[in-house]
Write a protein that binds this ligand. Structure first.
Ligand code: F6R
Length: 240
């Protein structure tokens, strides 16, 4: 595990973007694993700038997002599909047909999850996976539990996650209570994993990442067993 501590959010975002830039310049048809939430927005802005000003080319890139609320319409402005279009895809030259987000409109969620993993495998697996981290240590929507799942699956969101995500909704009652998410195995299969953590409210969980233990009570700690895992955090997350 490699740890990079940055002065602030923007520096963290730039460091993350540079790692993805290197991957894309070295392998034009890379398979990227992407995340939503507040944390990666700055990194996406840097990637957009690199595309516009330095010719970073996404034309051969394929992407798979970690998760999506369930059920939710793809045109709902709270859906992760909508978020990705707005925050990244609409501003770079990626072919949207090569961008995959679990389908929150699927009638058969289990089939959708199975096919999502099959598609990742069909593309040869994820080269580099971006993650944010829940303050309870969730990655994707793999919430703390005795038992975690390896594959993409439908899951219930914890009250803590619903509370945290309610900031994006008019009313907490509107926050979906379920999601489709890549499993821990799907994430661990990525060749490289990059986790961004920013802000004092992530300090406790970042501390757990810096310690040596692994527990399903803090799912992100499983990443310590990944052979190429990079944790990039700002000072607030690192020092509290
Ligand atoms: C998003 C995701 C979540 C977020 C996490 C942190 O696709 O899978 O695990 O990364 O909830 O969210 P923010 O960045 O909003 O603090």
């Amino acid at each position: 595990m490699k740890v990079i501590v940055c002065d602030n959010y923007d520096e963290m975002s730039l460091q993350g973007a540079k790692i993805f830039e290197k991957q894309i310049r070295e392998k034009a048809n890379s398979i990227l694993g992407l995340a939503t939430g507040s944390t990666p927005i700055g990194m996406y802005q840097h990637l957009i700038k690199m595309h516009k000003e330095e010719g970073l080319d996404f034309s051969k890139i394929t992407s798979f997002n970690l998760d999506e609320y369930y059920p939710i319409s793809q045109t709902n402005d709270q859906s992760y599909r909508y978020f990705m279009n707005e925050q990244l895809f609409n501003h770079i030259n990626i072919d949207k047909n090569n961008t995959f987000v679990p389908n929150g409109e699927a009638t058969d969620a289990d089939l959708e999850c199975k096919q999502y993993d099959e598609k990742i495998a069909q593309y040869g697996g994820i080269d580099i996976q971006l993650l944010g981290i829940g303050r309870n240590g969730h990655i994707g929507f793999n919430e703390p539990d005795k038992k975690l799942f390896a594959s993409t699956h439908k899951t219930d969101l914890t009250q803590d996650t619903i509370d945290a995500n309610s900031r994006f909704f008019d009313d907490i009652k509107d926050v979906p209570t379920k999601a489709l998410t890549m499993g821990i195995g799907s994430i661990m299969k990525a060749k490289t994993v990059v986790l961004l953590a920013s802000g004092k409210n992530k300090h406790e969980v970042v501390n757990a990442m810096l310690d040596d233990f692994i527990t399903t009570d803090i799912p992100s700690t499983l990443l310590k067993a990944h052979p190429d895992f990079i944790l990039i955090c700002d000072k607030d997350a690192y020092e509290g």
